[in-house]
Write a new protein. Structure first.
Length: 524
């Protein structure tokens, strides 16, 4: 990642982007937005589906196939206010969500939300088991109302069905009364290794299988088997909604938390969105950085560039600080790149080489000013800094201005991102990109501030380069010299911090979630 220091201030002043329109409508397999789905407002279950309503979106679990589906988020129409009640429709397996201002129906088949205003908000939902086609009962602070099937507003209710014929939402207390062993084990179940305690927020019971599900206020969903009394966490989503950096490893990615994240650490996300592993550091204190700007996978270790230096995480989650305050009181590290012998770190106080045994050496003692970006090919290391483009290599005695960059006014301005696509070098200022094929001249592209806002990151891929910005994502193809742009607020949930590319997917770390795009959907 190539995060400009001023970006954090820009984010604090950014205006809402919800009114923007995306470039297209996305199918769930084409775009999935993963947020921190840990604070659960409501759960609802049927024989074939579990719906989990959280503060950041709707998670959907396919029970027969034992797998998560891509979530539904505010960019897809999910309501912005907390959900107070949820119930599966017995007729079509859609879900009804009651909030403080409306009743919402979401249909998986149609991928569509429909809502009806509810003055005072929804407290409880119910169907008549003997006549589910007729409509849904809705309890508000004024009592029960009724929404006829296909209706557009609430009406006075018909007589309520008898208790044995009611399909209705379940409270936590009702579920615990049915399974008192869960409440007895709650102090152990609802505590983690970092001395945090949580509570149950919601519950659902599947009568046909005696399966229960509990939502929590920070641990996601816990499944309970009433026959065996087994309790099983069902992890889904990233550790925190703000994702600062992402890197591919095997059949998945590591996503590190970004600015203003309530939890600090990393999540491994399987590329099929079925595996989620959380790493918050050592039990008790956890990690001591505030946010990550870059993550690099090297052998069995993960390296992090953070606001408190460079950290290496060894197998088993053991963190080792590799580069700290540089003896200056500043600990900002911006980007990482690797060569055969070690890792290069772009920092607030120059470029550093970090060896496998933990030694750290500054590349040029005379350059102790910000270096924002670094990229390596073979043993050549390209950097972007306050004074423009630089180069060095293993064994060199300093940082140098490349001969082909001398006299280029664009390359003597601050360079905040550097990437390599094969042997083509691409660099970015805050406003535009420049690129150079081997032996060729530098080509300066048009201003991108109108499309992307301030540029934040570059990642090379096949025949082009991915460009991230405060207002979107773009792909630039060298052959056609064109930009394919995707907007924040429509295609993406927030400003882009980092981009990683695998064979099938483009992963985008944003302020409001990790986005998995199907590559062929972005580049048809």
């Amino acid at each position: 990642m190539r995060l400009v220091p001023a970006l954090l201030a820009a984010l604090a002043c950014a205006q809402p982007l919800a009114a923007q329109v995306g470039s297209r409508l996305w199918r769930p397999e084409e775009r999935a937005i993963l947020a921190g789905f840990h604070f659960i407002d409501a759960v609802a279950v049927s024989d074939d589906v579990l719906y989990v309503a959280s503060r950041t979106g709707l998670s959907i679990y396919d029970r027969p196939f034992d797998r998560w589906k891509p979530p539904v988020t505010p960019l897809d129409g999910y309501p912005p206010e907390p959900v107070q009640a949820a119930l599966v429709d017995p007729l079509d397996r859609s879900v009804w969500l009651g909030t403080g201002v409306r009743l919402v129906n979401y249909s998986q088949a149609m991928q569509r939300f429909e809502s009806v205003p509810v003055p005072g908000g929804v407290l409880e939902l119910m169907f008549d088991r003997g006549d589910t086609f007729r409509g849904i009962y809705v309890r508000t602070p004024r009592g029960w109302s009724f929404l006829p099937r296909g209706g557009f507003s609430l009406t006075p209710p018909p007589p309520l069905p008898p208790p044995g014929q009611q399909i209705r939402t379940v409270t936590v207390r009702q579920a615990l009364n049915r399974a008192p062993y869960v409440e007895a084990r709650a102090p152990l179940i609802l505590a983690d290794a970092h001395r945090r305690s949580f509570r149950f927020t919601s519950a659902a019971i599947l009568e046909s299988t005696e399966q229960m599900y509990f939502g929590t206020n920070g641990m996601g969903v816990i499944a309970v088997d009433e026959l065996t009394t087994d309790l099983r966490p069902m992890p889904f989503g990233v550790l925190a909604t703000s994702v600062g950096a992402v890197a591919v490893e095997g059949r998945g990615v590591w996503a590190a938390t970004g600015p203003l994240a309530p939890r600090i650490g990393m999540t491994f996300v399987g590329e099929d969105l079925q595996e989620f592993l959380y790493d918050e550091g050592p039990p008790g204190p956890g990690y001591r950085f505030n946010f990550a700007r870059d993550v690099l996978v090297r052998g069995p270790a993960r390296w992090l560039a953070t606001d408190r230096g460079v950290l290496r995480v060894m197998p088993g989650g053991r963190p080792e600080p590799v580069l700290g305050d540089f003896g200056t009181g500043s600990a900002d590290a911006y980007a990482l790149a690797q060569t055969s012998s070690g890792v290069w770190a772009a920092t607030e106080r120059g470029l550093w080489f970090l060896g496998e045994s933990g030694e750290a050496a500054i590349a040029d003692p005379l350059v102790r000013e910000p270096v924002y970006a670094v990229a390596a090919l073979d043993n050549r290391v390209w950097i972007g800094g306050r004074r423009g483009l630089g180069v060095t290599w293993e064994g060199a005695d300093g940082l140098f201005v490349p001969q082909h960059a001398e006299g280029n006014i664009y390359l003597s301005q601050p360079i905040i991102a550097v990437a390599l696509t094969g042997d083509t070098l691409v660099v970015a200022s805050r406003e535009r990109i420049l690129w150079r094929a081997p032996g060729g001249e530098w080509i300066v592209e048009r201003l991108l501030t109108g499309d992307l806002g301030e540029i934040t990151t570059l990642t090379g891929d096949d025949r082009g380069v991915w460009i991230g910005g405060v207002r979107g994502l773009a792909y630039f193809r060298f052959q056609y010299q064109d930009f394919r742009v995707f907007n924040t607020g429509g295609d993406l949930p927030g400003p882009v911090f980092d981009i990683a590319v695998s064979e099938r997917y483009v992963w985008v770390a944003t302020q409001n979630g990790l986005v998995r795009f199907q590559k062929r959907a972005l580049l048809p």
